[in-house]
Write a protein that binds this ligand. Sequence first.
Ligand SMILES: [Zn+2]
Length: 396
Amino acid sequence: MNNVLDGIIIDPGHGGIDSGARGSDLLEKEYNLLISKYMYDRFKELGIPVYITRESDITLNPSDRVNKVLSYFGNNPNVIVISNHLNAGGGDGAEVIYALRNSSKLANDILSSIGNTGQNTRRVYQRRLPSDPTKDYYYMLRDTGRTEPLIIEYGFIDNNDDLKFLKDNYKQLAESVIKAVLEYKNIPYNDPNMVITDTYKVMKGDTLYGIAKKLDTSVDELKKINNLTGNSLSIGQILKVPVLTIEPGETELYQVKKGDTLYSIANKYGISLKELKAINNLKNDNLAIGQLLNVPSGLSLASSYTVSSGDTLYSIAKKFDTTVDKLKDANNLTNNMLSIGQKLIIPLIEDTTYVVKAGDTLYSIAREFNTTVDELKKLNSLVDDVLSVGKILIIK
Ligand SMILES: [Zn+2]
């Protein structure tokens, strides 16, 4: 197998006068489009060249569809074609069908990734044309040249459990396919809402609310990343705490060059070595020239702030030494309205703010920035010397 990926083609099955399988309300063609559009946007965000055969409810006959597939990147074995479908006819769970010319590896990877979402899985298989068993039965597999096509059936539209699962989890299902495809081609994948965590040891008197407030996060977020069902904590308990949240579109791919180290790349993009390893699921420090890494793009270099009662754009801008315009720009705000709990991206201005990392003390930070502990405490209205990881300190 080779790791070259020249592009992805997403094919929402059916469309127009061909509605596909029928469920109780939506039609198969509608679900296929929903899943496909999500997938298309996500591949784009991940920086992968991608096309979609239809973006609306149009009729595509088999030759239209195949011609489109072969036109985007040519008749190219380094192109993966994902044809999204739902099954019908009694049964439950997902199936992946792959072409006679390909190995079962990607189909198996996709099915097992779908299984990780909680959806039932049935099988991967190939199907031969009865009149010519050397050929694929399905035209999307048979007539798509040398590309690597797959037909994915996410579930049965006439099965109520499958249908409910699909409605609630179609994004997770699409995400699971994206993950399998990228991993198959050795391209780093990251979750659409990836939270990089550090650890916090619960001290006497701590509450989830107090910790959330201290770490600029929310009780819900803390409960989610720690799988907590209640609010009780015990002294000495180790909690995961969010350090950096990377949202869709906040990373881009970086290709490792001669002389690069993980450390130099982390430095270049303003993140820590730990964060760089976390967003790339790296278990060690080895790098290969040409390897692709996820790195933060533009705004994710900034930090985030959760709006609390009484905050205004003006007060937040002042607090972080920025301007209302810059805040609005960074957050795509069209007016000055804020809501409590809203997360804002704070564009950091170099040398005026600093995000506390594990192991930092006020003393070490003061020394690094040529200032004093007292000055730091005054600027940041700190009443004691306790620092929390992820906290933004005003330096100057
Ligand atoms: Zn179908």
